[in-house]
Write a protein of this length. Structure first.
Length: 445
């Protein structure tokens, strides 16, 4: 579209740009020996993943739901990015969020539900720009460090105050830049299959041995600046054991930061659940488990106790998966997007259900809840480069509050190629006491 789209050397949509030509070269090289009909057996979920992952040609996002594209208050953010979906790309219904304090309803108090996917709630721009910056600072500087675990801990000995704080310090203190030492050499690797968690098998899961993951054998000391882009996750609350895909309850509950707990509880308290699960959304075909629907109690019973912060660089993806390590299979999972935008796919209980593609931008919140959605397949096939909103860029401006120190420049630089997702869950259903369950198992043995 000549004249309407900005052209620059790195605009992947512009066929004369270096980025477009590079992607095309790589594409032809990688597909040269590909057998025909390679895609014949793809499930609808896999086909969607392939579509949005494709580097060349850049995927068409016109069937991706992008609520910011219809929101005049986000026009600058949308216009400055190189990617855009459509506000009418999926059937949805607008709901008004409940006012939990005394404030008057504002633009950000709107949310959306999806016919045919009860339990999925999208809250665009729910997290304000100021809160986004606070959450980003928290994620990098407070959460991705001891005593929490990150993906890098298996392989490197990191300073107790964390990689990011060391990185910030290296900008103000003189050279040489610090390095992080690799961990000890590995033992044998073992793959273990997992089963969905439930109150019935909790005692068995909790007593399954969870050996530490072995470090990689061939690592060299690495400068901090090279490790920062390799930070991929940090746990929140209960510790997750990736080898067994189960929580390691023997390590005790980790902390949930007050700010994160408040945002999540605020989300759950403001969603009018009767609009989500009551009336025509019905209960037909919905298996809430032995004690029946409990959404009417979530205002009181929702209590986040686990989760993960995901850090994505623009080439990273998260494959289709189901989060089923939590005993509570219906309680809301609250997921906040920060930094660059992404294509998020949310399907159904099998990979055969075609997913809804949603463009998630900084500040957007997704809630997955109830039997049809909490354990639905979902994934992130694409992080969209060039989509960092102006309010997260590294430049100082008058709109920034006093908390935003001069070091935001370092954050802004990192965020230009990063998406952060804060993914918060409730492990135990209300009324389930892990200690009692373990005691019962012990006395039965
Ligand atoms: O990054 C996201 O939006 C989703 C992350 C996710 O699904 C997970 O952490 O389990
Ligand atoms: Fe997930």
């Amino acid at each position: 579209m000549i004249g309407t789209q900005a052209t620059s050397v790195d605009d992947i949509h512009d066929p004369s740009s270096a980025a477009y030509k590079k992607a095309r070269r790589k594409y032809f090289k990688s597909t040269r020996n590909r057998p025909p009909q390679v895609d014949a057996d793809w499930t609808p979920f896999r086909a969607a993943e392939k579509k949005y992952k494709a580097r060349f040609p850049p995927p068409d996002l016109s069937d991706v739901l992008d609520l910011a594209a219809g929101d005049p208050t986000r026009a600058e953010e949308v216009a400055r990015g190189k990617w855009k979906g459509r506000a009418d790309a999926a059937p949805l219904e607008e709901i008004l969020l409940r006012d939990t304090d005394t404030g008057t309803p504002e633009e950000r108090r709107k949310a959306y539900i999806f016919p045919g996917k009860p339990g999925l709630v999208l809250l665009p721009a729910y997290v304000s720009p100021v809160e986004q910056r606070r959450l980003i600072r928290w994620a990098l500087s407070e959460q991705a460090r001891h005593p929490n675990e990150t993906n890098l801990d298996t392989h490197y000995v990191l300073t107790p105050d964390g990689l990011w704080n060391q990185y910030l310090r290296s900008h103000v203190s003189p050279t040489p830049e610090p390095t992080d030492q690799p961990n000890a050499p590995p033992g044998p690797r073992k793959l273990i299959s997992n089963e969905p968690a439930s109150p019935e098998n909790f005692a068995k899961l909790a007593t399954t041995p969870k050996p530490p993951a072995p470090p990689s054998p061939s690592l060299q000391p690495v400068p901090t600046s090279a490790l920062v882009p390799r930070l991929r996750w940090a746990n929140i609350g209960w510790y997750y054991h990736w080898g067994t895909k189960q929580y390691d309850f023997t390590r005790g509950p980790g902390e949930i930061a007050g700010m994160v707990r408040e945002v999540c509880k605020g989300v759950v308290a403001s969603v009018p659940w009767e609009r989500v699960f009551g009336g025509s959304q019905g209960e037909e075909g919905m298996d809430w488990g032995p004690s029946g629907p409990d959404w009417m109690d979530w205002q009181e019973t929702y209590e986040p106790d686990a989760g993960i912060v995901n850090f994505y660089q623009t080439k990273d993806t998260l494959m289709a998966h189901v989060d089923r390590s939590e005993l509570s299979a219906t309680s809301p999972l609250v997921s906040m997007s920060l930094g660059c935008a992404a294509v998020f796919l949310i399907g159904g209980l099998t990979r055969d259900d075609p997913p809804i593609p949603i463009l998630l931008r900084s500040g957007d919140v997704v809630v997955m809840s109830g039997p049809a959605c909490r354990r639905a397949y979902h994934g992130v096939p694409r992080i969209l480069e060039g989509t960092l909103p102006p309010h997260l860029e590294g430049v100082q401006s008058e709109s920034r509050d006093s908390e935003d120190g001069a070091d935001w420049e370092i954050y802004g630089e990192y965020l230009r190629g990063t998406r952060i997702n804060v993914n918060v869950r409730q492990v135990f259903p209300k009324g389930f006491d892990p200690a009692v369950s373990l005691e019962q198992k012990r006395s039965a043995e």
